[in-house]
Design a protein around this ligand. Sequence first.
Ligand SMILES: C[S@@+](CC[C@H](N)C(=O)[O-])C[C@H]1O[C@@H](n2cnc3c(N)ncnc32)[C@H](O)[C@@H]1O
Length: 220
Amino acid sequence: MVDKETIRRGYDELAESYAAAQSEDGSETGILAPFLDRLTTPARILDAGCGQGTPVLQAAPDDVDAVGVDFSREQLNLATENAPDAAFIQGDMTRLPIRENECDAVTALHSLIHVPLEDHQAVIDEFARVLCPGGRLLLSEGTTEWQGSNPSWLDSGVEMQWHIAGAETTHEQLRNAGFTITDEWGRSNEFADNEERWVFFVGRLEGDDEGQSESKSKSE
Ligand SMILES: C[S@@+](CC[C@H](N)C(=O)[O-])C[C@H]1O[C@@H](n2cnc3c(N)ncnc32)[C@H](O)[C@@H]1O
């Protein structure tokens, strides 16, 4: 059964265990670093489903205004310790507590995969709403559609659920929301107790704002 409250409560209870597992993983750095390098200040980055504040908010450059949104209070407590310079808002990715056109970049690493499938397009539309024209998105998904749960994730006795739409559907949803995909990577990962393949998309929101756009970055 799809149950957002199970996911939120699960992350409240699993925050420490997830953070420990995540710090051993660290495999997103090679994708994240070039994405952050392209930010030209002044800039605001939103990390949606920021979790414990790593890897994105901790790695955000000092002169970038970084904001994390997550619905788990315990995850946000850890994030405040891990990324003390960032601002945090407890909220849901389907209704981001951010005004439109406020962000130059949005990241969502391993968070959309917990959102019920019927809400994926709404979340991606929210990313488009809060981004400036020409703004960039870094998003991870699973390569193939899969929904399931683990009654004792990370051997914790706490249930977790995943709602993975797959690369093809996500690609289409990004296009529907006005993104052009500028980069795409896939890789294997056994993190959620299954042989999974994650896919990472970088998208650029249509629009002629040169503030953080690909064309400006490339011409510098
Ligand atoms: C697997 S963790 C990822 C954390 C971090 N982004 C990372 O890459 O390690 C997923 C995070 O998404 C958050 N999350 C899941 N669904 C959410 C929703 N609908 N709204 C806000 N946060 C959500 C969870 O609370 C959790 O902190």
